[in-house]
Design a protein around this ligand. Structure first.
Ligand SMILES: Nc1ncnc2c1ncn2[C@@H]1O[C@H](COP(=O)(O)OP(=O)(O)OP(=O)(O)O)[C@@H](O)[C@H]1O
Ligand SMILES: [Mg+2]
Length: 504
């Protein structure tokens, strides 16, 4: 009987379950999208019950497509959209509010309140993050302050908080019937509450946020047997043995295990992660300090991260809000109807700007418009925005590390776009490399789980699984690269200082 590992990838737009074999190849997968709920400008929510129902269903899809049962599955690994905040009643299993998604900016007023004393970098030395609407901490505060009865229930110890890894794990291991309430270090490092050195919750920060510690999950390593799946599931009694936030999982799936290795993921947003080994490096250039992974009792690995809020979601916006294209891949055809951006630059600061600016007062801008610009130029400007934003982040990584990256490993949904990948190599002036297994997020979670149960022996075995698929090499001349990037930088400045108290 052949053995496999199953990974659950609870993402921003969909939930996937993927069965992997020992070579790290995909055997089968199930996938379901969930509703994106936009109640007001700047608000983004998901229904946690829908996410859990989808999780159960995609597990069934993946098992049946592979024609296997739980007996063939040695472990479950979980990876997830990070920061997205679920608060639920531990007695009923009911969420008290929808999940507040990482892109949601409703907590700006809470950020300002906490930043009034000490600025946005107030806790950065301890937690690696600036105060921002992005992280889970202020989202929990919003729920406690705005959902009727939530504060009282939380003080009574009846409410649990989790990012979606915790929500899925709690339900998978039994929910109200003995579910384990845990998270891993990578997810915990996105709350604002975890001390990067001790890997424990900080009582003093929790006090400032007024969040009861009883709500928080127990922090675990990224690879260990945390519990087994409940008897009500198709995966009953299979060990749950790995959790990594999606970006860290992609880094792990790219086998970027050592200091100096990096990857860039092109999904809803873009996230460049640069492994700094066991050293905590504090950025001087607008990057976050975050956990990379921690295997069992081994020392944790840290990373610098450049987070970009809007890349692939700008393509979805062209599709859904403007109706310019019918599917995301069509953007490439539309962009190819023109030779260049026609002078148009699109800065998609829809959730403010994340790295390296951290400007929550910014909003999106399409600039350089003349009567000449057509929809082909806009499609091209939208794709180029992803590449320019990546260059800004890579410049910050190179400045912080002092050793420039000589090539960039990439993954995520947008890397199917050839025009973008070539333009990316051109703008960065380094080769861009794609692995054979592009589902690195799920693969990383599978690796973490498989290592914990001995399905894979060590990291060397995983390194050997990584194989190059394609490579784009720079072709643009320096003057053209400089001209485009200079214009981009100018465009970015046009987005600043937009938000006033009466403009959201
Ligand atoms: N050919 C393409 N050209 C440009 N963008 C694309 C293309 N194909 C997909 N995308 C974009 O890629 C994104 C999907 O990629 P991916 O599935 O990696 O996203 P994700 O952020 O990981 O989502 P989730 O969090 O749900 O897993 C979408 O935003 C989509 O617009
Ligand atoms: Mg994803």
């Amino acid at each position: 009987m052949t053995d496999y590992i199953i990974a659950i990838d609870q993402g921003t737009t969909s939930t996937r379950a993927i069965v992997f074999d020992h070579s790290g190849s995909i055997v089968s997968q199930g996938q379901l999208e969930h509703e994106q709920i936009f109640p007001k400008a700047g608000w983004v929510e998901h229904n946690p019950k829908e996410i859990w129902d989808n999780t159960r269903e995609v597990i069934g899809q993946a098992l049946s497509k592979a024609n296997i049962t739980r007996h063939n599955v040695k472990a479950v690994g979980i990876t997830n959209q990070r920061e997205t905040t679920v608060v639920w009643d531990k007695n009923t299993g009911e969420p008290v509010y929808n999940a507040i998604v990482w892109q949601d900016t409703r907590t700006q007023e809470i950020v300002d309140r906490f930043a009034a004393d000490g600025g946005v970098e107030r806790f950065k030395d301890i937690v690696g993050l600036p105060l921002s609407t992005y992280f889970a901490g202020t989202k929990i505060v919003w729920i406690l302050e705005n959902v009727e009865g939530a504060r009282e229930k939380a003080e009574n110890g009846d409410l649990l908080f989790g990012t979606t890894d915790s929500w899925v794990t709690w339900n998978l291991t039994g929910g109200v019937d003995g579910g384990v309430h845990i998270t891993d270090v990578t997810n915990a490092s996105r709350t604002m509450f975890m001390d990067l050195e001790t890997l424990e919750w900080r009582d003093d920060i929790l006090e400032v946020f007024n969040v009861p510690k009883s709500m928080l999950p127990e922090i675990k390593s990224s690879s260990a047997v945390y519990g087994t799946v409940h008897t009500s599931s198709l995966l009953r009694e299979v060990p749950v043995a790995g959790i990594l936030g999606d970006q860290q999982a992609a880094t792990f799936g790219q086998a970027a295990f050592d200091a100096g290795e990096a990857k860039n993921t092109y999904g809803t947003g873009n996230f460049l992660i640069f492994n700094t080994g066991t050293e905590i490096v504090k950025s001087k250039n607008g990057l976050l300090t975050t956990l990379g992974y921690k295997l069992g009792d081994d020392a944790p690995h840290y990373a610098l991260e450049g987070s970009i809020a809007v890349t692939g979601s700008l393509i979805q916006w062209l599709r859904d809000n403007l109706g310019l294209i019918k599917s995301a891949p069509e953007v490439e055809d539309l962009a190819k109807t023109v030779d260049d951006n026609g002078g148009a630059y699109f800065v998609p600061a829809f959730s403010g700007l994340f790295a390296p600016y951290w400007r929550s007062d910014a909003r999106g801008a399409l600039v350089g418009l003349t009567r000449y610009v057509n929809k082909g130029h806009i499609a091209r400007a939208a794709l180029e925005a992803t590449a320019f934003q990546t260059k800004e982040v890579l410049d910050a990584v190179n400045a912080d590390s002092g050793v420039p990256l000589t090539e960039l490993k990439v993954d995520g949904g947008m890397i199917g776009n050839n025009l973008l990948m070539q333009f990316q190599a051109d703008i960065l002036d380094v080769p861009v490399v794609r692995p054979v297994v592009a589902e690195t997020t799920a693969l990383g979670a599978a690796y973490a789980a498989g290592l914990a149960v001995g399905f894979w022996a060590n990291l060397d075995e995983l390194r050997a699984n990584w194989q190059e698929d394609s490579r784009w090499t720079p072709e643009m001349d320096d003057a053209e690269r400089d001209r485009l990037y200079r214009n981009w930088k100018k465009a970015v400045t046009k987005t600043f200082d937009w938000v006033d108290t009466d403009v959201s």
